[in-house]
Ligand binder design. Structure first.
Ligand code: SF4
Ligand code: SF4
Length: 368
């Protein structure tokens, strides 16, 4: 391990920082850093990893291969033996198939299986590789794996392919393993779209450190990543609680980063730690550039659409609200009032009259 670090120009201090980052991502305290460091340093044998792609767009591979934060992926990839991955391996065709067969035979009962994409169960011919259906390939690979990681919503729940009427019978790993009578105790699902690289590297590191999976919920999602709603950790939550909403895209309220609930944000329905782990090497995240569509959830295409309409059943604060000058005016007082305020603020902003109060709320300068 030290050789690998030196080759990458990393010092032991850098290594411990990485371990600290992993501990934080896994929801563990600093006390876990020595355990993680020891496990990563003394991994006697790099675990063999077989990566299969079924019905998907390759977005999860893209998400992982582009990750540079903070070299987690490179280090973890240096610590595993990636035996088979159609997108990244040099071999193709018969050569690749021979490699897959050999790897599965050599590492039977001991390999980590990463699955990207759903199995086509209703129309098996919709998903075939080298003449074999995804049903056959998945059944064999899942049965002989020591650990299964379903990356992304496709592999976890079927994603858009499984949306009504689900023509191919797209099925995620939990449902497929249950149907086939394969032990689901070795399965962990990481269902955002695409998968978050930090979720993958942290799950692998946890397994290497403790020799077991982290605690999971009913969908086999690690609770350390999927135990809380996006809404619970969102930096716009204070605006939600105070009834300050974006009502029109491009409005001053959007500029002020008010809550996006009324624009259709699904943060109140989605369980994931996206607000803290962020995306694109921690550059941004969905709510920073648009809104949450609930991609961590089962059947979100059927259950959480229309994405541009407020989701019913959410307790929305009725009072509080935008402060205009010295007066407090609650958006919740009346929809018409809220609309009028929004329109008035938009006009005021265009005229350059909007300022900020000392507590950060919007203030309007008085007409001369
Ligand atoms: Fe954040 Fe969306 Fe919740 Fe508003 S509704 S606080 S934008 S997660
Ligand atoms: Fe999916 Fe919402 Fe997380 Fe974005 S913020 S990745 S849409 S769960």
């Amino acid at each position: 391990m030290i050789d690998i670090l030196a080759a990458r120009g990393l010092t032991r201090r850098d290594f411990l920082k990485v371990c600290g980052g992993l501990a934080a991502a896994m929801g563990l305290g600093r006390a876990a850093v020595p355990d993680i460091a020891k496990a990563l340093e003394h991994a006697a044998k790099r675990p063999p990893v077989i990566w299969l792609d079924f019905q998907e767009c390759l977005g999860c591979t893209e998400s992982l291969s582009k990750s540079r934060y903070p070299d987690f992926l490179n280090i973890v990839l240096d610590m595993i033996s990636l035996e088979y991955n159609e997108a990244l391996m040099a071999g193709a065709g018969h050569q690749a198939e021979a490699k897959l067969k050999q790897s599965m035979a050599d590492n039977k009962g001991a390999y980590v299986l990463v699955v990207e994409g759903s199995v086509a169960t209703k129309i098996p011919s919709a998903m075939t590789i080298a003449g074999r259906t995804s049903i056959d390939i998945a059944r064999e690979a899942l049965t002989d794996a020591a650990l299964v990681i379903a990356v992304g919503n496709c592999a976890s729940f079927g994603n858009v392919q499984a949306a009504h009427p689900n023509p191919t019978g797209a099925m995620g790993m939990l449902a497929f393993m249950e149907q086939e009578g394969i032990d689901t105790g070795k399965l962990v699902q990481l269902p955002t779209c695409p998968v978050n690289p930090i979720h993958v590297t942290s799950t692998v590191s946890y397994f290497l450190t403790y020799g077991k999976l982290p605690e999971v919920d009913q969908y086999r999602r690690p609770k350390i990543f999927f135990g809380r709603k996006v809404h619970d950790e969102c930096p716009r939550r204070a605006h939600f609680d105070e009834g300050r909403f974006v009502e029109v895209l491009g409005s001053p309220e959007e500029f002020e980063r008010y809550c996006l609930y009324k624009m259709g944000c699904r943060g109140p329905q989605a369980y994931s730690d996206c607000a803290t782990v962020l995306w694109n090497n921690k550059a941004n995240w969905c709510i920073g550039t648009g809104q949450c569509i609930g991609c961590s959830e089962k059947d979100f295409w059927d259950e959480l659409t229309d994405f541009y309409a407020p989701m019913p059943g959410v307790a929305v604060p009725g009072f509080g609200g935008i402060r205009v000058g010295a007066d407090s005016v609650g958006i919740g007082l009346a929809a018409a009032t809220g609309g009028a305020i929004a329109a008035h603020l938009a006009v005021s902003a265009m005229k350059g009259r909007i300022g900020r109060n000392s507590d950060g709320t919007v203030a309007e300068e008085k007409e001369e």
